[in-house]
Write a protein that binds this ligand. Structure first.
Ligand SMILES: Cc1cc2nc3c(=O)[nH]c(=O)nc-3n(C[C@H](O)[C@H](O)[C@H](O)COP(=O)(O)OP(=O)(O)OC[C@H]3O[C@@H](n4cnc5c(N)ncnc54)[C@H](O)[C@@H]3O)c2cc1C
Length: 578
């Protein structure tokens, strides 16, 4: 259903006019020319130099723009990459709706767009010329070619686009999610958006009067919530797949019935297999049940990944890797959960949760592991409302200014404490072990201990979760003395280890006692053959495992990436035999 908007309210920037109407003189208000450029505080809006403009000009077309001319609209795909040569362009969200708001204004030398231009999702805003000027329009295919050829220019654009996506997430631009904080589906939809790094604003039906007004205008009953407004379309309690389709998340262009390699999981291991496999000429399809990035996408900063002395956010690492894999021709499908795999005439048929299947000569199991749930009374009740298994930008927005408790004593918990301390009023780290150094790296311990609003409670366990509808406090017990303390907490972050995602493999491959995939010499040699397996080969020829899903893996981003790359040599051999 299309979302019918009430009459437009303008920004006072310019009068709105119907789509594609040619602007007449005086469409721009008197003050338009005075609108100031948005300052570039985060490196998101760099100005191109003459050499870079020349490179882009060779692939594009210069053209004049009129005041109030629309360069691209919210929801539009396949629009050009625009560089402003003269005049100013405003970037506006929700144009023509009561929620219309100005995101930024850009002048000569700056370029428009954000990450969605490269990932083929619809644009999250509309770009409108403020005054008469000139732009350079470069088709996206040519832009992608320039990005891979000219590393300095490519890096400048990709970096700016990543920063712009982070700004949109912070601003709460993009999707509108309207639903109650007590609704598990509201939390599911928000989590899906957050994991896929889709900017959104949540209107809580319980507290936000605008939520009810919007629902009334759209004729939606509260029981039909959550609703999501995406690119002008209103979706009632959409499934993750419906939401992905409306946003324009990647789905294979056509059903790739025969690809060389299907990779299950788009965490660091799967993304690496995609980059190296596609760059070696394999036809690669990557499937992920939730989002690209895997566990790494749930962390705000990875500090021990080679080559990033200042650290890198898991989201940025995933976004960069996905762009890189797509550049080499890898295809992605998200959300697409593998439910089973079987052998068929020397090939493998992977069945997906929507009932479709894909066939390939080789399979890389890079399905990693999932967080363990907290075993405490009422944990199920608070699960989707106040308990989180990630500490990224999205969660930071939710608990801004509130006290939070983190359970766990490993690096994930330590990173979460450092990150959340900048957003929450107080952070308590409840650790089961008597000493932080049992599971946390030294550099993180030092950092955690230096932060004034972080308290560490060693040798403790969570006993009770308190609150009527949302979490208000938790009771923490000292494991030795049995003494209990109640701590205020609006959110509980749980980082207490992971379990492997191997259900989809059924009994086709050997698993260890904890359910992780055995590879290499951990697999008992086939009776009589005495054949030794390569390090990442499972008990099934043609099924390989990389990253956290593998028995005995290092549980590190770098290790998963390394294994994702290594596995490609085996996949190439397999593809040649097929
Ligand atoms: C909060 C946190 C912080 C961390 N910090 C660091 C750090 O600083 N440094 C470091 O080196 N490591 C860190 N780690 C560990 C690191 O993230 C993991 O080792 C790494 O992500 C493993 O990569 P992977 O590709 O093997 O699996 P995962 O990252 O687990 O990715 C697996 C992917 O497979 C998908 N999947 C699962 N089952 C299916 C299925 N049936 N069908 C389709 N898709 C499926 C999942 O949705 C997921 O996206 C951290 C982990 C967490 C949770």
């Amino acid at each position: 259903m299309m979302w019918h908007q009430p009459p437009p309210a303008t920004l006072g920037l310019m009068r709105s006019r119907p789509r594609d109407e040619h602007p007449g003189p005086g469409v721009v208000s008197e003050s338009a020319g005075d609108i100031e450029e948005t300052p570039d505080l985060q490196g998101a809006y760099p100005r191109l130099d003459d050499a870079q403009l020349t490179t882009l000009a060779e692939a594009g077309r210069r053209r004049a723009v009129q005041p109030a001319e629309i360069l691209f609209r919210e929801g539009e795909r396949d629009c050009d990459f625009f560089v402003i040569l003269a005049g100013k362009v405003a970037v506006v969200e929700g144009r023509g709706t009561p929620e219309e708001r100005l995101i930024g204004v850009h002048g000569p030398g700056r370029f428009l767009g954000e990450l969605s231009l490269l990932t083929d999702e619809g644009s999250f805003y509309t770009a409108i010329a403020v005054d008469a000027g000139e732009v350079l329009a470069v088709p996206v295919a040519q832009l992608k070619e320039i990005i891979s050829r000219d590393t300095a220019l490519g890096d400048l654009i990709v970096r700016a686009y990543l920063a712009r996506r982070a700004i949109l997430i912070d601003l709460g631009a993009g999707l509108r999610i309207i639903g109650s904080r007590y609704s598990p589906d509201t939390e599911r939809v928000r989590d899906f958006a957050a994991r896929n790094r889709i900017p959104y604003r949540w209107l809580d039906l319980e507290t936000d009067p605008a939520a009810e007004t919007l629902l009334a205008q759209a004729g939606v009953a509260p029981e039909d919530t959550p609703v999501v407004i995406v690119h002008g379309q209103l979706l009632r309690n959409p499934s993750n797949a419906e939401l992905a389709a409306a946003i324009g998340l990647p789905v294979p262009a056509s059903s790739p019935a025969g690809c060389d390699l299907v990779v299950i999981g788009a965490g660091p291991g799967g993304l690496s297999a995609a980059v190296y496999g596609a760059s070696e000429g394999l036809r690669v399809l990557v499937l992920d049940g939730t989002a690209t990035g895997g566990q790494a996408g749930r962390t705000s900063r990875i500090e021990n990944y080679l080559g990033f002395p200042a650290g890198i956010s898991g989201a940025e690492l995933a976004e960069r890797a996905m762009l890189q894999a797509q550049k080499f021709g890898a295809q992605f499908a998200v959300p697409a959960e593998a439910t089973s795999v079987r052998r068929d005439d020397g090939q493998y048929v992977v069945r997906l949760d929507d009932g479709t299947s894909v066939t390939a000569a080789a399979v890389v199991a890079a399905s990693g592991a999932r967080y363990r749930r907290l075993q405490a009374p009422r944990a199920d009740y608070f699960e989707r409302m106040s308990i989180y298994y990630a500490a990224s930008q999205a969660e930071a927005l939710i608990c801004r200014g509130d006290p939070v408790v983190i359970v766990g004593g490993g690096n994930s918990a330590g990173q979460a404490a450092v990150f959340l301390s900048r957003h929450a009023s107080r952070v308590t780290l409840a650790v089961r072990e008597a000493d932080l150094s049992e599971n946390m790296s030294r550099y993180l311990i030092d950092r955690v201990q230096r932060i004034a609003n972080v308290d560490v409670m060693l040798g403790t366990e969570i006993r009770e979760l308190l609150g009527d509808r949302v979490l208000e406090a938790v009771t923490v017990e000292d494991r030795q003395s049995g003494a209990q303390r109640t701590l205020k907490a609006r959110a509980l972050f749980v980082f207490i280890g992971v379990s492997p995602c191997t259900g989809w493999l059924g009994d086709l491959v050997d698993l260890d006692g904890h359910g992780f995939v055995r590879t290499g010499h951990d697999v008992p040699s086939a009776a009589g053959t005495g054949r030794q397996r390569s390090a990442l080969e499972t008990s099934q020829p043609g099924i390989f495992a990389a990253g956290d899903v593998r028995s005995g893996s290092a549980k590190r981003v770098a290790a998963a990436v390394g294994e994702g790359a290594m596995v490609i040599r085996l996949a190439l051999e397999r593809a040649r035999q097929a």
